[in-house]
Every structure is written in C-alpha cells, then in structure tokens.
Design a protein around this ligand. Structure first.
Ligand SMILES: NC(=O)c1ccc[n+]([C@@H]2O[C@H](COP(=O)([O-])OP(=O)(O)OC[C@H]3O[C@@H](n4cnc5c(N)ncnc54)[C@H](O)[C@@H]3O)[C@@H](O)[C@H]2O)c1
Length: 429
C-alpha cells in the first residue's frame, strides 16, 4: 500500500469499518501495525491489511514499545482509553488522529492539548462533520455574507428512537461513569459544528434536560428483563428482536456479535447487553437536552432529542438578509433571502459521500494523510485546540444543566485550562 505509514490502535467498529476500510479502499495510507486485544478482530483486519504477525499486538503499550515505526497513529479505542495512549504516542514523536471525544473528562482533554503543545506534535480530532460537503457549504454561505449579518442558529440533533436504544440505553454510551455525559459523547460534534460555523468562541451557556423515559418505572406490564422473554415484545418499538434479528448485518447489527448468523445474534440477545429490555438497563444518560448559547450576541439553541423518527441533523441559520434551512440527511440546503425566491441547493454526492458520516470520515482521513505528508501542514480543520473548544462547551452545558445556572465561558475556559496546566507542570506555570 502507498502513502504515509500509520499504526492503528483499536480494530473495533471505527478501526475496522472506517480506518481499515479507508486504507484498503483508497491505498492512500499504509497501516503497518495494529494493536487490538480481541484475537478475531485483530487477525481478521490484519489479514486484510497484509500486516505480518510480528506487527500485530494485543495492547497499544506493546506496539509503543517497539519504537517509532510510522509517521502517524490512529487511536480508535473506546472513550476511556484515549488520553493515556495519546500522551505516550506524543512523547514517542507521533502525530495523531484521535477519536472523539478527546477524553471522557475535561481534564483529560486539556491534558492531551497541553502535551501536544509541549511535544510540538499535531493532533487531529475526529470531528467528522466539518469535513462533509453539506456543512462546508452551510459555513461558506454564512461566511460569504449571503444572509447578511449572522443573528442566530437553531440546531437539532434528532438521535432517532432505535439509535438511542442501541447506543445510549443498552450500548457503549449509556453510562456517564463508563464514558461521559451524552452532550459530550453524542453532541460534541454539534458543539463543534456550531462553533466552527460561527467562527467565534461561545460566551455564555445554559442547559436543561434529563432521563425521562428509559427508566424501570416505565416498564410496561408483561415486560421482562430480556426481550426474548417479553410478553409485549411485539408491541414495543425498542424490541431488540426488531432491531437486531432482521435481514441486515451492517451497523448496528454487527456491533452485538462477531458471529452475524441468525444463531450468533440470537445468542448475543440471550446473553449480551443488547438483548436487555430498554426499561431495565443500567443507563443514566439523558434522553433529551436543550442548550442555549450566546456567542458575543449571536444566540444559538441546540436540541438533542432521542424521541424522533428520523436519525438526522437539521439546522436553521438566521441572518439580517435571509435564512438558511439545512437538512443534513437529505443533503438539502434552502437559502431563503428576504423578498426573493427560495434557492434550493442539493449537495452533489459522489461515491465517497455515501460512506461514513456523508463522506466526512474519508475526507477527514484525506486531511490526515495530507498532514502526515507535509510536516509544515498546520491548517488542520479539526486541530486539538479547536476541538478542545467543543469539549469545553459540552462540559459547561452539563455543569449548567446539573447546577441550574448560566456559565460564563471565558472564566470557565481559563480556570479549567490553568488548573490542568498547574496540575501537570506545577511551578513551571
Ligand atoms: N468520529 C465519530 O463520528 C465517531 C463515531 C462513532 C464512534 N466514535 C468514537 O470512536 C471510538 C471507538 O468507538 P468504536 O465504536 O469503534 O468502539 P469499539 O468498542 O467497537 O472499538 C474499540 C476497540 O478498542 C479495542 N481495545 C481495547 N483495549 C485496547 C488496548 N489496550 N489496545 C488496543 N486496542 C484496545 C477494543 O477491543 C475494541 O475492539 C470511541 O471513542 C467512540 O466514541 C467516533
């Protein structure tokens, strides 16, 4: 394979389906080693990437111990295993593509930013929406002044009822303790895109929301701990049988088991977390949340809603001369200039745009390759400093929600960055 040499940490869903797939389908980067504790995942991806057995490792630490063998590293482990490998690979001289969130804690995210500065390395964070043609066009329309002065934004993340059940009730991101609050794990993308479109830092933030529905007291009569034993399963829209035991074997079915046969999936529903009743899980993240933000006078409202039919993002942007209405899932943008005819923009989609996150995943990887090929390439769209901003916004929103308050972002930003700086570098500060 051609292109810069890269090592991959984690061959799970993202490692395999995005990073492995990009290397295989485009040949623009060469994954020369990988670390993954799961034998089946490690070997099956390594075989396809033609990685020799002495370059396949069970743990990222084993891979690190062989010294610097590539230009960059992709860290695609779960949220609770980002900071430690990121810091160690920075020390070892690697540039990094790091999965979002940077860390499940704000201190951890700041730590990666500070270490990237200390070791003068470049870290990209996988805020993939910035790389989609759709959001690039939306931003271009705002920045070119098409709708006049920017006055406000209304952004909605419609999670989708079954996606909520899959990821945030039964799945990996259900627990604040194990990963992080939903505003970070799901909506740091949205915080990031709002900040990027406006091009200014957030000044004030407040938030409301809670876990209203996916709770034990909402369990209907006749329901059981597992869908396979449930007497009312056929009337339940969140039934695991409906979501996982159908004719499809892509995402999310491929998350529940390595064995995607009907029997394999049935076993996973009988024994694993994805067969649990949605009212009887150990979830604690919110199922709806609103965030109000002020950006130096520009007002923004964001809604994350689980109870939606569609799984999509929608955005309305208000300017002094007109409005933009965007429907991400349909790649449609309406430009409604006051007193003029509506202009409909349909974002053209090539082959790539049908892949992960409307092409965002692969375009982001193109940028990562460009960064590795050019030591002076600094204009990375999703640099660690820029990405830290979305994490600061998400944590401030969570604090505001829990403390029923409005947070002044300038203080919040400097207090948190200073605190972590002092903790790490002590008196040097
Ligand atoms: N950018 C995006 O839009 C986007 C979308 C989905 C997920 N994510 C993020 O990507 C990350 C990975 O998510 P996923 O769905 O692929 O999770 P996953 O659980 O499918 O994959 C993580 C992999 O890391 C492996 N791993 C665990 N310990 C390891 C170790 N010590 N060394 C090496 N590998 C180890 C696991 O065995 C697993 O295969 C998460 O942080 C998630 O939040 C980002």
């Amino acid at each position: 394979m051609a292109g810069p040499k890269v090592i991959l940490i984690g061959a799970g869903s993202r490692g395999r389906d995005i990073y492995g797939a990009y290397a295989l389908e485009t040949s623009k980067m060469d994954i020369v080693a990988l670390a993954e504790p799961n034998d089946q995942r490690r070997n099956s991806l390594a075989e396809r990437l033609k990685i020799p057995s002495n370059r396949r490792f069970r743990d990222w630490k084993d891979l690190l111990s062989v010294g610097k063998i590539a230009d960059g590293v992709i860290i695609a482990t779960m949220d609770n295993l980002h900071v430690e490998p990121a810091v160690e690979f920075l020390k070892a001289g690697y540039d990094i593509l790091l999965e979002k969130p940077i860390d499940r804690t704000l201190d951890g995210a700041i730590k990666v930013y500070l270490y990237a500065q200390k070791y003068k390395r470049r870290v990209m964070v996988a805020h993939v929406l910035r790389y989609t043609k759709f959001f690039r066009k939306v931003r271009e329309l705002v920045w070119s002044g098409t709708i006049g002065d920017l006055i406000g934004i209304e952004h909605k993340e419609n999670v989708g009822y079954w996606h909520m059940a899959h990821s945030f009730v039964r799945g990996n991101w259900r627990s604040k303790e194990e990963t992080a609050p939903m505003i970070l794990t799901k909506s740091c993308h949205d915080m990031d895109i709002i900040y990027w479109i406006i091009g200014k830092k957030c000044s004030k933030i407040s938030s409301f929301g809670n876990l209203m529905y996916f709770r034990r007291e909402k369990m209907p009569e006749g329901a059981a701990e597992r869908c396979l034993d449930c007497k009312v399963e056929d009337t339940c829209p969140y039934s695991a049988l409906k979501i996982y035991l159908n004719s499809k074997t892509g995402w999310p079915q491929n998350v529940i088991s390595e064995d995607l046969s009907y029997e394999g999936r049935l076993k996973a529903l009988r024994e694993g977390p994805y067969g649990r009743c949605v009212y009887a899980c150990d979830n604690d993240v919110v199922d709806h949340q609103v965030v109000s933000m002020d950006f130096e006078g520009i007002s923004v409202s964001f809604t994350m809603q689980a109870f939606t039919f569609e799984m999509d993002r929608r955005i309305r942007i208000f300017g002094s001369k007109g409005e933009i209405q965007g429907h991400f899932g349909k790649s449609e943008i309406d430009v409604l200039l006051f007193g003029k005819e509506k202009e409909k923009i349909q974002i053209e989609s090539g082959d790539i745009d049908t892949l992960g996150h409307a092409g965002g995943d692969f375009y982001m990887l193109d940028d990562f390759v460009k960064m590795l090929e050019d030591p002076n390439y600094e204009s990375i769209s999703t640099s660690i400093r820029d990405s830290l901003e979305s994490h600061l916004m998400a944590w401030a929103a969570e604090n505001a929600r829990l403390e029923n308050t409005v947070i002044d972002m300038e203080n919040y930003r400097s207090e948190n960055i200073d605190k972590v700086y002092k903790k790490i570098f002590g008196e040097e500060s």
